[in-house]
Structures are given as C-alpha cells and as structure tokens.
Design a protein. Sequence first.
Length: 76
Amino acid sequence: MALLKERIDQQVPPIVHHLADIATSPGTRKQIGALIKREVDDYYEQLSLFKKIFISRERVHREVDELVHKTLPETN
C-alpha cells in the first residue's frame, strides 16, 4: 500500500501542472469566452427591441472578453 501511495504521490504534481497549462492556455480561454458569448447571444435574441436599443451586443462581448481575461489565470 505504501508503495502504491508513493507512486500516486509522484504522479499527481505533473498531472496537476499539465491540467493547469491546459486551463490557462490561450485556446482554452478563447473557447470559454466563445461559450459565454453564445449564451449572451441567445439571451440577447430574447430581449425586446426597446432593451436592445440600450444594450449593445458588441459591448457585452467586449465585457465578456475582459471578464475572461481578468478572472482566468495567465499562462506561465
């Protein structure tokens, strides 16, 4: 059992590091932003014309980009 635990303990840090690299990669950040924007677009389509006058889809997309940039860690 101790040998098994030792082997697992040796493998965890490289796996965690690899997952962190994937999570912080520019491609992953872009995919997350695109998913959020798709949800924003679905919501935006349901807004009334009056609300659309005051809410720009492009502005919301820019804010999504800023949010993704600010909240997801940068690649090392």
